[in-house]
Design a protein around this ligand. Sequence first.
Ligand SMILES: NC(=O)c1ccc[n+]([C@@H]2O[C@H](COP(=O)([O-])OP(=O)(O)OC[C@H]3O[C@@H](n4cnc5c(N)ncnc54)[C@H](O)[C@@H]3O)[C@@H](O)[C@H]2O)c1
Length: 630
Amino acid sequence: MNSNRHYVIDFDSTFTQVEALDVLGEISLENQPDKDERLQELKSLTDRGMGGELALRESLSLRLDLLKANKNHLAPLIDVLKGKISTSFVRNEAFFEENSDHIYIVSNGFKEFIVPIVKELGIKEENVFANTFVFDDEGKIIGFDKENVLSSNNGKVEQLKALDLKGDVYVIGDGYTDYEIKAAGLANKFYAFTENIERDKVTEKADHITPSLDEFLYVHKMNKAISYPKNRIKVLLLENVHPDALQIMKNEGYNVSLQTGAMDEDELAEQIKDVSVLGIRSKTQLTKKVLDNANRLIAVGAFCIGTNQIDLEECLKKGIAVFNAPYSNTRSVVELAIGEIILLMRNLPDKIAKMHEGNWDKSASHSYEVRGKKLGIVGYGNIGAQLSVMAESIGFDVYYYDLVEKLALGNATKCNSLKELLQTVDIVSLHVDGRKENKNLIGEKQFKEMKDGVIFLNLSRGHVVDIEALKNNINSGKVNGAGIDVFPSEPKTNKENFESSLKGLPNVILTPHIGGSTEEAQENIGNFVPGKIIEYINTGSTTNSVNFPNLQLPILENAHRLIHIHHNKPGIIAHINRVLAANDINIVGQHLKTNETIGYVITDIDKAYNIEVVKELKEIKDTIKFRILY
Ligand SMILES: NC(=O)c1ccc[n+]([C@@H]2O[C@H](COP(=O)([O-])OP(=O)(O)OC[C@H]3O[C@@H](n4cnc5c(N)ncnc54)[C@H](O)[C@@H]3O)[C@@H](O)[C@H]2O)c1
């Protein structure tokens, strides 16, 4: 704490993520027929005011006229605003507590809603300078106190003059009126706060652009415990990853930039230089050339299932952990499988096609309910097991077979061989993984073992089924219906034609590998991957990493965590421990995991250590990366 420093902070869109009068409009205009037009006008007046295009008093009067608000609308407004305090403010609550004598809210908004909100973070009521409403006898808001300097066009400047603060004054805000304080010579610096909104007219006037409060605290070298420099972690998200991912990373305090498309190799090799975390989907190729330039990269998020587009071995050699979202679309595949079974049991693919050709074919023959039918699941992994539970809940009698011992869920029955399963069930659904031994897992021999009139589904991998054998068995009537989502050879893009001998066969559903392709799966991926990366950065845990040895670590308490990634050579852990012992440092806990390429050692030590130790640890031969968590 420095008693010569004063912090002047704006309220709307700085302290909170929103403009309070916009929110008030949402509440007060709730049942008005022209609500949308009025809100639109309100927003445009706010923006013109903030950008310095419209005089403040005029903008305030016009906005209050539009609102038709009254006293009763204030309590719900305050409730909403409490949940909308800027995330970096909430994260740095200690800053407000420790500096409460020197933090001033100076706003052209209204005390009636500002005071209860800023008090949440310990700001003193007497340090809030803002307008006040004028109400009529019925409680309607009919204007504002025109005596208050903050209702006048140069109000913030006048207010600061009246405050007459001695020492250094820093202004943090998102509006032009905040800049004017500095322009009038009443502040040392103006920080344009862009966490919630970025206005070019304001940022171009700023001494410093601060994307979050963390950046401000970092620049001012304030206590590390308050401002862990997460804003120095630059995250680059490509290929339109789900907006949830952006929000989660921003909320964590990272400095996130977003690009909708993929980048080619040269462009990415250039852009990646100062990036700490890269997020991609399937189009971005993460090659050795790109990685050679990635000086600060610590983690890659593949916002998809596959990771073929990433040179995983090179990432490993460089100590870069890669995370993906392998199970985020499990539910989507299961739902499609169940839907297809129901369609096929009712012969619907053919009936639908006939209707489109004008043929009315009403009949119950060869149409069955699924209730009580025997469903056979081959591969009882994530998808197989979830299918088991859902299928049972709608009345299927479930059987399963897996290469490895798997516990039966619900009332499912385990089969001891593939043959036993195939001979028992009415429907066969494949959910095995893509290992090469599974090529043609189902061929002539296996079809023969199935019951006559079986329904057959493959939503796993294309090469596990001998397509010619499937075709023959459909044509012979042995297989009465099939749902196939994956093929031995699939078009690479939507522009290529789909070729298959299964086209045109009766009661067959063909789909373009979309078993897991749903909006929800994308959303799950957008939530899962950032979670893994944040956990890795905060604790060092590598659970579910595609390339790193998997380590699940306890939460760090009253200790420092040393994270050491090295080439997998003998003697390194002994070397680390020698350095620590020689410096009289106590080890609280140690975890090690290796794979063929790297060793990953986490050492928790009690608080005291000196900077020399860090240097010595970094200098251990074969070290790839070293970092400390406080
Ligand atoms: N259609 C799509 O869009 C889509 C989407 C997601 C996953 N998939 C595919 O679905 C399949 C299953 O995915 P998951 O997440 O459940 O995988 P998983 O790894 O969790 O489960 C696979 C299971 O199959 C078992 N298995 C492997 N070979 C076997 C064999 N020959 N006989 C019996 N059991 C065998 C394994 O022991 C494991 O339990 C994978 O092939 C995956 O690529 C497809």
